[in-house]
Design a protein around this ligand. Structure first.
Ligand SMILES: Nc1nc2c(c(=O)[nH]1)N[C@H]1C(S)=C(S)[C@@H](COP(=O)(O)O)O[C@H]1N2
Ligand SMILES: [Mo]
Length: 197
């Protein structure tokens, strides 16, 4: 939100090559997971941590929540402004985690082995969070129920739906779309869309 405040008028908030949408398109690889037994759901924090942490669904939804407002920018060129979310700040989860000093990157792990990578500092920004509701509604299965990451300052593919874990790493490593030609970082204002070389 710091960045959005610096960009006051709407045109400054739309990155180059993007078009506004009022809808909320659904984009992902693979099938939508449907859950009927949340006792099998867990959230695992592993990799370069002093101790692995596993949160149950009950643990996760009991974490303190707050409201977040942001703009989202999909690499396929749509942007959606003024999203209002209810979510858990990354710092709430990180209070329960002790990182090893070598940790510099994080891989977000989602259902079906889907992953996306980002630098630790980007993940730890106070604008990054775990979203549970969007514009007043519980996330639909298509948009990531029960929990999705939201990292609004990067293209929206970094915002893992159906997130199930965090892996802290010393070095950057490509996630699913990054292995398939998407940019390792993905700054929408620099149009870091694809990285084919
Ligand atoms: N688990 C998972 N998360 C994902 C994806 C995916 O394929 N799997 N696709 C990403 C992409 S490319 C985009 S643009 C956004 C789309 O989110 P939406 O469907 O809620 O608009 O989810 C991201 N998160
Ligand atoms: Mo995307």
């Amino acid at each position: 939100m710091m960045e959005n405040e610096a960009r006051n008028n709407v045109s400054d908030r739309i990155p180059p090559g993007q078009t506004l949408t009022e809808g909320f398109p659904v984009l992902h690889y693979g099938s939508v997971p449907y859950y009927n037994d949340m006792s099998k759901w867990d959230f695992r924090v592993f990799g370069l941590v002093e101790e692995e942490v596993t949160l149950s669904y009950q643990d996760f939804i009991a974490l303190p929540r707050r409201e977040f407002k942001n703009d989202i920018h999909c690499v396929t060129t749509w942007s959606k402004l003024d999203n209002v979310w209810e979510g858990v700040a990354v710092s709430e989860v990180m209070k329960r985690v002790k990182l090893k000093p070598e940790a510099k990157y994080v891989m977000l792990h989602a259902e079906h082995g889907w992953t996306t990578n980002l630098p630790l500092d980007d993940f730890l920004r106070d604008t990054s969070f775990f979203g549970l509701k969007h514009n007043g509604q519980l996330l639909s299965p298509e948009h990531g129920y029960p929990v999705r990451a939201v990292v609004p300052h990067l293209y929206f593919w970094k915002s893992a739906k159906w997130i199930r874990g965090l892996e802290f790493m010393a070095k950057d490593k490509p996630g699913f779309w990054e292995r398939n030609g998407y940019h390792m970082y993905g700054d929408p204002f620099k149009e870091q869309r694809y990285d084919f070389d």
